[in-house]
Design a protein around this ligand. Structure first.
Ligand SMILES: *[C@@H]1O[C@H](CO)[C@@H](O)[C@H](O)[C@H]1NC(C)=O
Ligand SMILES: *[C@@H]1O[C@H](CO)[C@@H](O)[C@H](O)[C@H]1NC(C)=O
Length: 362
């Protein structure tokens, strides 16, 4: 094993292999956005969207089979979420109104977001809790579990900080939720859904290319858990140049997908065989290695030279047929990927609106 890989493996997969399990809630409250619920919350377990609720449907919904069974077996749990969905909605709508007033914003689109949740280390038992808010796409205020006070990174949030700091009852609620209730939920869900949440599932890996001059995308879909990495290597050495790493995105079925693109524009055809794409899933010894080979690349379009057009189907008909092949290709690709979405940042602290929206609507 090369030193670089070893270092990376050690960084990503510490020797104890202790695993952190998490439960996070992403709340989005909006004002002035048409055709979109003004309150949406998504519950995410081990990075997979599992439950959601919004101001239109009001009744929480769940996505994965184990979670459906849990609320069937324990209707009170669903009832608790239903109430939480309602009460948080009122709180956050009041918050956004107060903020708009404070910031002198009478009109326009405004987005207020909250991310709260916890992480539990199944080896050490260590618990991390986090509660943070964003306003109009920027960090606004965050809870400090050590001091039970609020941290305001921006002057606009100071009024809110002072007001919330003084609300002892509310801050005790936060402490209890983050350090007691949330970890209890994590453990309960892990226990209940262990056959699903603790599984390992290898992905199918394909090489995709939009046009003959586009980068080749190595795409893995269907893996679980989300602790995975993928890279291109040449002659056994990991490549860093001409490589673009996509982030890990959730699929609808609770599995994940990711891709790594390689720009081959300066590589000669003879050199192609030196390249391979490596997928590694945490806790699984054998990597999935896919050699770069023109024959296995899937593409949306059949190139004209490979198409039996020529004298039989000429001119416009040939073009139309080619177009049909391309369009069908796109549909097949979308369907097979089952959750393909353009990438955007998944860093929860950056409060990506579109991702929460996607997760809620899909
Ligand atoms: C609020 O906006 C109004 C109208 O734009 C302006 O006249 C007023 O000075 C603003 N007040 C503050 C506190 O910024
Ligand atoms: C690929 O690399 C070439 C130069 O080596 C560059 O001109 C081209 O824009 C790159 N393509 C993409 C999609 O990044």
């Amino acid at each position: 094993m090369k030193t670089v890989e070893l270092v990376i493996l050690l960084i990503f997969f510490p020797v104890t292999l202790s695993v952190k399990h998490s439960l996070k809630f992403f709340f989005t409250t909006s004002s002035g956005v048409k055709n979109f619920p003004d309150f949406v919350v998504v519950g995410v377990i081990n990075e997979a969207p599992t439950g959601y609720c919004d101001s239109i449907s009001k009744i929480p919904g769940v996505k994965q089979d184990w979670a459906k069974k849990l609320i069937e077996d324990d209707p009170q749990h669903l009832e608790w979420y239903t109430q939480q969905c309602l009460s948080t909605q009122y709180d956050h709508k009041a918050d956004i109104d107060i903020l708009k007033q404070q910031l002198n914003q009478t009109e326009g689109v405004h987005i207020f977001q909250k991310m709260s949740g916890c992480e539990w280390d199944d080896e050490t038992g260590e618990i991390n809790g986090f509660g943070q808010f964003g306003y109009d796409g920027e960090d606004f205020i965050a809870f400090d579990l050590k001091t039970l006070t609020w941290i305001a990174p921006k002057p606009q949030a100071v009024i809110t900080k002072l007001r919330w700091d003084g609300d002892r009852v509310h801050n005790e609620w936060w402490k209890n939720f983050l350090t007691q209730h949330c970890p209890e939920l994590v453990k309960r869900y892990l226990d209940y859904g262990k056959s699903s949440l603790l599984r390992t599932e290898l992905p199918s890996v394909s090489l995709l290319q939009k046009t003959p001059s586009s980068p080749v995308s190595c795409h893995a879909t269907g893996f679980y858990p989300h602790r995975a990495m993928m890279f291109w290597r040449k002659d056994g050495e990991e490549l860093h140049e001409d490589v673009e790493h996509g982030e890990i995105l959730p699929n609808h079925d609770g599995s994940f997908q990711m891709s790594v693109d390689l720009n081959l524009s300066s590589v000669t055809p003879e050199d192609w065989k030196k390249y391979e794409c490596v997928f590694h899933l945490s806790g699984v010894k054998d990597d999935i290695i896919t050699k770069l080979d023109k024959a296995v690349i899937r593409t949306n379009c059949v190139s004209p030279s490979e198409f039996p057009a020529g004298p039989v189907i000429g001119g416009v008909v040939g073009l139309l047929l080619l177009l049909a092949v391309c369009i069908t290709g796109v549909f097949i690709w979308r369907r097979r990927d089952n959750g393909f979405r353009p990438a955007n940042s998944s860093d929860p602290s950056s409060f990506e609106i579109s991702e929460v929206k996607d997760a809620a609507l899909n």
